[in-house]
Design a protein around this ligand. Structure first.
Ligand code: PBG
Length: 336
């Protein structure tokens, strides 16, 4: 501080100087959001030419495959690099043993093939987990009330194989079973799918923010036991995320993911700093619903809060974001 006048001392350093004008703010900007950072999750359902709204996810519909193909074309034209496909499996096909998960003609595989036929310049990501196919709503097979690990991993390997065979580019295990990345990598390689990438849901928490997603795939009503705490992580833990990511990388994951997003930015930052690998974050359904609900009530500006939340992921160190806002954000980024 220097005394510069009759009114006392003024700051020598004024961070506000750099913020005075738009050009100066641009000059000192540290992070950028690009359409290249976006992954767009899409829900598919049976039927033709139908869109079914999801009450808890305003603005997101379940799409029949023909419409999902059109949306994939839209994703390409917007420059979105990857879409993620999730099936809303009809209830009558959901079973305790989840046979539909390994049916090469299931909804997801049909959708992957239909999109691949168009030869678009986009990647397709598919979740590997049993919850869209299980009558009990769990991500794995249940024995005596417990989600059994190793039997589930065998199913996940078979699920990964049929998705790869359909043309899926990125396999994304979201189940949180132990050892599944190693097993899936070996299974893929054994069947000549060495080129198929793996994005591991590595630090996936037992979060209450997944509610609207479970509505979308119809797995919420039947979740036996009510939660997934015996396999998804405790929201109280950080070191455990490092351990999980370390394991998934050592088992062959090409990319890792943190989920949920906004309440877990500290995890994104720590993983990025620890491992320096491609790190993604899922802005999950509940986060999307929160912003939509507040905006719907006129309490928040949707576009501004959406873009700010996406920028926050970049600032935390994420390379990309799975977000239901992807097409809207891409449109805004295009407009500049
Ligand atoms: C399936 C899966 C879930 C989500 C993505 N994959 C739900 C869950 O684990 O219960 C949630 C995504 C979202 O909430 O947007 N294992």
């Amino acid at each position: 501080m220097t005394a510069i006048g009759p009114f006392g001392e003024y700051p020598q350093t004024r961070p506000r100087r750099n913020r005075q004008t738009d050009w100066s703010r641009r000059l000192v900007r540290e992070n950028y959001l690009s359409v290249d950072n976006l992954i767009w999750p899409i829900f598919v359902q049976p039927g033709k030419a139908t869109r079914t709204p999801i009450a808890s996810l305003p603005g997101v519909d379940r799409l029949s495959i023909d419409i999902a193909v059109e949306e994939a074309q839209r994703a390409e034209s917007l420059g979105i690099p990857v879409i993620a496909l999730f099936p809303a499996t009809p209830t009558e096909l959901k079973t305790p043993q989840c046979e539909e998960a390994i049916n090469p003609d299931n909804l997801v595989c049909q959708a992957v093939r239909a999109i691949k036929e168009k030869g678009l310049d986009i990647g397709i990501l598919c979740d590997v987990a049993l919850d869209p196919y299980s009558s009990h709503g769990h991500d794995g097979l249940v024995k005596d009330g417990y989600v059994v690990n190793d039997e589930t991993v065998e199913m996940l390997c078979r699920q990964a194989i049929i998705q790869a065979a359909a043309g899926c580019d990125i396999i994304a295990p979201s189940d949180m079973m132990d050892g599944r990345i190693d097993a899936i990598r070996k299974a893929l390689d054994h069947d000549q799918y060495q080129h198929v990438q793996i994005m591991a849901y590595a630090a996936k928490y037992a979060s209450a923010f997944y509610g609207p997603f479970r509505d979308a795939v119809g797995s919420s009503g039947n979740l036996a036991g009510g939660d997934k705490k015996t396999y998804q992580m405790d929201p109280a833990n950080t070191d455990e995320a490092i351990r999980e990511v370390g394991l998934d990388l050592s088992e062959g994951a090409d990319m890792v993911m943190v989920k949920p997003g906004m309440p877990y930015l500290d995890i994104v930052r720590r993983i990025k700093e620890t491992f320096a690998v491609p790190t993604y974050v899922y802005q999950v359904s509940g986060e999307y619903a929160m912003l939509q609900a507040a905006a719907g009530n006129g309490w928040l500006d949707l576009e501004k809060t959406m873009m700010e939340s996406l920028m926050a992921f970049k600032r935390a160190g994420a390379n990309g974001i799975l977000t239901y806002f992807a097409p809207q954000a891409a449109e805004l980024l295009r407009k500049g």
